[in-house]
Write a protein that binds this ligand. Structure first.
Ligand code: DON
Length: 564
């Protein structure tokens, strides 16, 4: 009898177990919307973009409203004093890209960050007025409006003005960030709003000077920022702090339409940002390098998966350092770099039994980078247009220079130029001749606003902050969805890893399963889990088979999806 009972228990357990194995784990979806969605770093900004689309606006109108709302709600990276890139796909399948990246001032010189002995002056390219590049965001937003806008600009900027006057509630994460950067604010001579008060979570910050600037932009248009009162305020302040940007720099600034980088991966079409961003070329190199390996045979985030991707990343970032820069200044062999034969030859010395040493590809030694001081938002409208925007001040609160009278931060994008060949920037990235400093040159970027298309239909819109880790974060999310069938929310929530050629180690987020580490070490890979509390912060939208939209809002931040 006992035996029979035991057998019954065992067999019922077995059946249960089999059922569990058979039943796929329930999928975790993010917010689902019928026809329109915004996913951004703050719910207030997502809501504002959605409200514009509810009023009949398209994804471009929503882009402008969301972007301006982020200036108020997310001063960490949302900006008018920085720059960015937009990749779009219209409902008829046409694609394009806008470059509103910052530029080096006319007075910039190759050695401007070096002392008399040729050594890099610490902090000069990252903190204070000398670090500032000529801002592009305002020009970019007006250009987007000129080409695609359907709602008057005044109406798109008004919600940001209202929000600045009403005030924005400080989140816990924001309070921590403001506390972390206090000493830098002081050094950059930024006294009032972020220094006089120690902001706590739950407090409301009103941005009255910013509201006035936004009103001037509303009333005078683009010219206020580049030639008018705001230009005067900005240039006076920069001059006072020892910077070199002039009114001529501002007056000459133009955003530029570029052809995006488009390539196929496993039957999908990927559309991403072209130079001066390295994003599109690097992501194409990495994905094309691994395409023939039939990725799904490897368990997600397994040793083999990490190994293969790391080797592709290593080679792509080595190329980035050598070949890429502002396309208006350097010739970039784009087709060759993302061509199949070249990439096959690059991967030819990949060995499953041993890590390739980065020093055997090229040499260099570095310290480290981290964090998410850029911001990305993804938008789809009810007409089927898609917009993918990544915008930044570069470092957290940029140069920390806060134009007091104007109420906004200025970028420290000059650090993305190569301050000295072979010397890493704040993300540990090495640059060479192609990215050397020159007057009016755009600095090389890693921002990777991306759109994925399958069978001629829109499938995914995504992007991330994270400096050099942007490219690999976006790439992993593409694989999560295309190869591992994750929902958008599952995908953005998954732990990530990153390799960038130099330093020659793989960075892992703390939540990453450490079981993979021992076998990787045995193969000769160096593991670094110490400096990467988070890698990227991906905000994305997936078009589901029934046409509905699923938002993936990265839980690493306060990011949220909104839609209808
Ligand atoms: O353009 C770039 O690649 C950098 N300025 C982006 C900076 C960034 O993502 C900051 N976040 N970590």
């Amino acid at each position: 009898m006992k035996n029979i009972i035991f057998l019954l228990i065992v067999s019922s357990l077995f059946i249960q177990c089999k059922q569990e194995i058979k039943q796929p784990k329930e999928k975790q979806f993010g917010l689902i919307a019928d026809s329109a969605m915004v996913v951004s770093a703050r719910i207030e900004a997502s809501n504002i973009g959605v409200a514009i689309m509810e009023q009949g606006g398209n994804a471009f109108d929503a882009t402008i409203a969301t972007s301006l709302a982020l200036v108020v709600t997310y001063p960490f990276a949302g900006n008018i004093g920085g720059g960015g890139f937009m990749v779009y796909r219209l409902n008829d399948g046409n694609t394009g890209a806008l470059d509103y990246r910052e530029k080096a001032p006319i007075a910039a010189t190759r050695d401007m960050y070096l002392d008399a002995e040729g050594k890099v002056i610490e902090g000069k390219s990252t903190l204070g007025a000398m670090a500032v590049g000529v801002p592009g965001t305002v020009a970019g937003l007006f250009e987007i409006h000129r080409k695609f806008g359907t709602i008057p600009f005044e109406k798109l900027i008004q919600p940001a003005i209202d929000l600045a006057e009403k005030g924005v509630v400080v989140t816990e994460k924001q309070a921590k960030r403001l506390a972390r950067y206090r000493t830098f604010f002081k050094e950059a001579n930024n006294r009032k709003i972020f220094l006089d008060t120690v902001w706590q979570a739950g407090d409301t910050i009103k941005y009255m000077a910013l509201a006035e600037t936004l009103k001037r932009i509303r009333d005078q248009g683009r010219d206020d920022f580049y030639k008018g009162a705001t230009a005067d305020i900005m240039v006076d302040y920069i001059k006072q702090l020892g910077g070199i940007i002039t009114k001529e720099d501002l007056a000459k600034y133009e955003s530029k339409w570029r052809d995006p980088i488009s390539f196929s991966y496993d039957g999908n079409k990927i559309i991403s940002m072209s130079p001066p961003s390295s994003g599109g070329i690097c992501i194409a190199q990495i994905l094309k390098s691994i395409e023939s390996y039939n990725i799904e045979q490897y368990k997600h985030n397994s040793t083999e998966y990490i190994q293969l991707i790391t080797e592709a990343e290593r080679r792509a970032y080595a190329d980035r350092a050598h070949f890429l820069g502002d396309p208006d200044f350097v010739d970039i062999p784009v087709d060759s770099l993302i061509g199949e034969s070249y990439l096959t030859s690059r991967m030819a010395n990949f060995n499953w039994n041993k890590a390739t040493a980065s020093s055997s590809i090229l040499h260099g030694t570095i310290n480290v980078y981290e964090s998410n001081e850029t911001t990305h938002y993804s938008i789809i409208d009810k007409f089927g247009n898609a917009v993918s925007v990544t915008t930044t001040l570069n470092g957290a609160y940029g140069s920390k220079v806060y134009v007091e009278k104007g109420g906004f931060f200025l970028n420290n994008e000059m650090d993305d130029l190569s301050v000295k060949p072979g010397v890493p920037n704040m993300f540990g990235l090495i640059g060479a001749e192609a990215n050397a400093i020159a007057p009016e040159k755009r600095m090389l970027s890693s921002m990777t606003p991306t759109i994925v298309e399958k069978n001629g239909k829109l499938k995914m819109v995504l992007g991330s902050p994270g400096g050099s880790t942007i490219i690999t974060s976006v790439m992993q999310n593409i694989l999560n969805v295309l190869e591992y069938d994750m929902t958008m929310q599952e995908s953005v929530s998954k732990p990530r890893f990153h390799h960038q050629w130099l330093p020659d180690d793989i960075k892992f987020e703390p939540l990453f399963d450490t079981l993979t580490f021992a076998p990787l070490r045995k193969l000769g890979y160096k593991i670094d889990q110490s400096n990467s509390p988070v890698i990227g912060k991906v905000d994305a939208i997936l078009v589901l088979p029934d046409g509905k939209l699923e938002g993936g809002a990265d839980p690493r931040g306060d990011d949220k999806a909104a839609g209808f």
